[in-house]
Design a protein around this ligand. Structure first.
Ligand SMILES: Nc1ncnc2c1ncn2[C@@H]1O[C@H](COP(=O)(O)OP(=O)(O)O)[C@@H](O)[C@H]1O
Ligand SMILES: [Mg+2]
Length: 585
């Protein structure tokens, strides 16, 4: 225990956690601690009273005394029982509150992070941190409070009884005690390493499961059941093995402690027998002493084991703090203000950007998306089209240069006010677990049912929604597995339409639509784009040709730009080449 505390890194984690948790839950813990002190005192008293019990029987032989003692013993145990109840109740309430609070904090922090964060941690890793780590936090606080207060105080009370009743015999116990602590101590480091690995294996289980759920079509069609099964069985076996190892080490503390305790007790019995039988002491003191010693055994054992348990739980807490401490890459400026209203012009000025150091996507990019106009971005995949949208939405910040909305650097604006202005249909459609209505309404939470339906009609989704078993109330499972790609895309478009935002970003929003749906969507877009700054990324020239301006991107640069007619007229141009390939009007 002490050594665990002495390690500087552990100390910091514990102090931080206790500071955080004890302060907010001070009332509950005060009650618990008061109850523990009562328990400790009653434990000491129950040993102490053994002197009077024994001497009452053996030495004084006074019956009236016996009633008194009986009543005292009953009282001691009743009070102890009630205090234990209060202790357990308040401790567990506070513990549950800690778990809840930790989970809220960790999740809120996760939400604050940008996209980059989600590329750095796998979802299974985050799941483990959110669930197991919160439990670990609770355990650490509980261990600290119970062992420091209840076990330590009980031990002190019992030691006091022992020393007062039999000072010499107490020496024997005090020699064996630290020996036991030392033996257990050595197991600590091994447990810690093992627990860290157990966490990773647990995350692996979640990971394999997720892959199976999200990739079930691929898993089935490629006959990957065997591969997935092997992966899962391996991960499960791994956790099993590690859990066994941890238990083995933790359990090893028991035989060590039992052996030492047996030796100590045997020594005490022999010595006290000698003192009573040969030296003529009254047996009461010895009985009190032995009782105290036997009672001291449990808290001492728990205290010794605490160190190991604490070490294990600290791993989880440390992993949780890792999330909390990770600096936010896309922090809002301290003096950020809401974007002031404007027509919605977007401008890139000398923008340099790279996802990874040394691999620039843009070197020195200038772009203008005029307010209320529709601009199309075309170019081969990897040319940086989606990245332009990422920067407009401020999912990433440019390394150099500025992105301006109505002349205001978006880094100076509140993130909320920026995103409020934007409706976005992503390249990979994402659906929430819930009804169709719920999914579309995510675009604007206060929209009425009529608005939702109007948006669905505009996105040409209404008809297929009405053919679903419960219409708008049909539940679409996680990831919308039961829908076709085109249907999912139409729901995403409806969601964006409902948002009714000034800036509309469509990233290959029609890639999964058949020609007829696409043509219907084009008509809808014709209305929708009125008065909005629209950026579309599309491959179909029929959509692109609608745009007021077309920007052809190549290698993160603007290769050519202009309206459709002008670009087609450039016979050697890149756009012309795309045009010839598609043979569209
Ligand atoms: N999250 C990311 N991390 C690292 N590189 C990325 C990431 N997203 C895109 N890239 C890279 O940036 C370049 C531009 O990507 P992107 O803008 O998505 O292209 P497009 O949308 O034109 O197909 C590509 O080379 C791509 O590999
Ligand atoms: Mg893209």
């Amino acid at each position: 225990m002490l050594k665990t505390l002495r390690s500087a890194a552990n100390q910091k984690v514990i102090v931080r956690l206790l500071e955080d948790s004890l302060r907010t839950h001070a009332p509950a813990y005060s009650v618990a601690i008061a109850a523990m002190l009562v328990v400790a005192a009653m434990t000491g008293a129950s040993a102490w009273v053994m002197r009077d019990v024994t001497n009452g029987f053996v030495v004084s032989r006074d019956p009236s005394n016996i009633y008194m003692i009986g009543a005292a013993v009953a009282a001691i145990f009743i009070i102890k029982g009630m205090a234990s109840y209060v202790e357990a109740l308040s401790l567990s309430r506070a513990g549950n509150a800690i778990v809840a609070e930790r989970q809220r904090k960790v999740y809120d922090r996760m939400l604050e992070h940008g996209i980059e964060f989600y590329h750095s941690f796998s979802s299974s890793d985050l799941i483990t941190r959110l669930t197991k780590s919160a439990q670990a936090a609770r355990r650490v606080v509980e261990i600290m409070v119970t062992s420091l207060v209840r076990d330590l105080c009980s031990l002190v009370a019992l030691l006091a009884v022992m020393i007062v009743q039999q000072p010499y015999l107490s020496l024997i116990a005090l020699v064996f005690g630290p020996g036991a602590i030392y033996g257990v101590n050595r197991l600590r480091k091994r447990v810690r390493r093992m627990v860290e690995k157990e966490y990773l294996s647990a995350a692996r289980i979640v990971h394999v499961l997720q892959e199976t759920v999200f990739g079930v079509r691929i898993v089935k069609s490629f006959n990957l059941e065997g591969t997935m099964r092997n992966q899962m069985h391996e991960a499960v076996a791994d956790v099993q093995r590690r859990a066994n190892s941890i238990t083995r080490i933790e359990a090893a503390t028991s035989p060590i402690m039992e052996t030492l305790a047996g030796l100590a007790i045997a020594g005490v019995i022999i010595t006290s027998g000698y003192l009573v039988l040969e030296k003529g002491q009254t047996p009461g003191e010895t009985m009190a002493f032995i009782t105290a010693l036997l009672l001291a055994y449990e808290p001492a054992k728990r205290l010794a084991r605490t160190r190991v348990s604490l070490e294990a739980a600290l791993v989880g807490v440390r992993m949780m703090f890792e999330i909390a401490d990770r600096p936010l890459k896309l922090a809002e400026a301290p003096d950020a203000r809401p974007l002031s209203a404007g027509p919605g012009e977007i401008r890139f000025e000398n923008v340099g950007f790279s996802y990874r150091d040394g691999v620039p996507v843009f070197q020195d990019l200038d772009l203008i998306f005029p307010a209320g106009r529709m601009t199309a971005l075309v170019g081969v995949s990897g040319s940086g089209k989606s990245t332009v949208m990422n920067l407009v939405m401020r999912l990433y910040d440019p390394d150099r240069g500025r992105v301006l909305v109505d002349g205001q650097d978006i880094r100076q604006a509140t993130v909320h006010s920026l995103r409020e202005k934007i409706a976005y249909v992503s390249q990979d459609t994402f659906l929430f677990d819930g009804t169709v209505m719920h999914n579309i309404r995510m675009g604007r939470q206060d929209a009425s049912d009529e608005d939702v339906i109007a948006a669905a009609r505009a996105a040409n989704a209404h008809d297929f929604i009405m053919r679903m078993p419960c219409g708008y109330q049909t539940h679409i499972g996680e990831n919308g597995l039961a829908l076709s790609g085109g249907q999912r895309q139409r729901l995403s478009i409806a969601r964006a339409m409902l948002r009714n935002a000034q800036i509309l970003l469509l990233d290959e929003a029609t890639s999964a639509l058949d020609a007829e749906s696409e043509s219907l969507f084009r008509d809808a877009l014709e209305h929708l784009k009125e008065g909005r700054t629209t950026i579309v990324i599309a491959h179909r020239l029929s959509t692109v040709a609608q745009a007021d301006n077309i920007i052809v991107m190549a290698d993160g640069q603007v290769a050519e730009q202009g309206p459709h007619a002008d670009l087609v007229a450039m016979r050697a141009g890149g756009y012309r080449r795309l045009y010839d390939f598609q043979l569209l009007p």
